[in-house]
Design a binder for this molecule. Structure first.
Ligand code: TYD
Length: 238
């Protein structure tokens, strides 16, 4: 499957058409951005690591019955996936309080939440990705029906129920993560985008070390080593 025209360039990926109108190719870039694009950098090999990590996690989720856009990894930096109509909602799942939850509500950093929290953010850079409740999402027409919002929450929890114990067995705390969904050609809501240390927080259970993009955002260094470690643990090499 060959890349055809560039359809879109995002912060972490480029999206290409293919000869099949129902299939697209994502190219995983080495670029890193933080704080709504203000802080930019690049780390050679980061894109390939995220492609490989996402590939493994999409395969795991598919095997557990979660519908995703994943078709196959083509090479180090390219993934073939289904075309969908993107739902402009970021679905954030949290097990431990940190980041914006701590900043916005004053919950102490590192607090284990009494239950898994699922939040919606509006995917809209110009507005700074504000929080959404269900009524906001319906008024904005981001989905048609309440049922669809319920489905996003349900599938996000199912994904957490699969990934949290999976990473715990590999010595990693899945602190929080961001998911995106789209509608396929038959109107089914499926998981899209990527699942990688760019959009998940992983804390090493033994040392408490951050193993995700916060290494860049907080100027901790060692981003690539941390991403390689996450991949190696996924592949069972550690
Ligand atoms: P959050 O704590 O809301 O934001 P911040 O990064 O500003 O502290 O992030 C929660 C999780 O969602 C975290 O794993 C990062 C991920 N996320 C993204 O991947 N993209 C985003 O635009 C946002 C806001 C979060």
């Amino acid at each position: 499957m060959q890349k055809k025209e560039l359809l879109y360039e995002g912060k972490a990926k480029k999206l290409f058409a293919t000869e099949d109108e129902n299939l697209l190719i994502s190219e995983f870039k080495d670029d890193l951005t933080a704080f709504n694009g203000e802080k930019k950098s690049s780390e050679a090999g980061k894109g390939a690591l995220n492609n490989k990590i996402s590939t493994e996690l999409f395969k795991l989720l598919e095997a557990k019955g979660i519908k995703t856009h994943f078709v196959k990894m083509l090479d180090d930096n390219h993934m073939l996936h289904k075309r969908t109509k993107v739902i402009q909602i970021e679905v954030i799942v949290r097990n431990i309080a940190t980041g914006s939850l701590t900043r916005n509500l004053g919950i102490k950093d590192g607090t284990v939440l009494p239950f898994t929290l699922v939040e919606f953010d509006y995917k809209n850079d110009a507005l700074g990705d504000p929080k959404l409740n269900d009524q906001h999402a319906l008024i904005l027409g981001l989905v048609e029906y309440q049922d669809e919002l319920d489905k996003l929450r349900r599938v996000a929890r199912q994904i957490n129920d699969i990934l949290k114990p999976y990473f715990a067995a590999k010595g990693l705390n899945l602190v929080d993560f961001k998911l995106e969904f789209g509608k396929d050609k038959d109107g089914n809501i499926i998981l899209i985008d990527e699942i990688s240390p760019d959009n998940c927080r992983f804390w090493d259970i033994a040392s408490g070390e951050k193993m995700d993009k916060d290494r860049f955002r907080q100027g901790l260094g060692g981003l690539k080593v941390a991403y390689e470690e996450v991949l190696n643990r996924i592949l069972g090499n550690k």
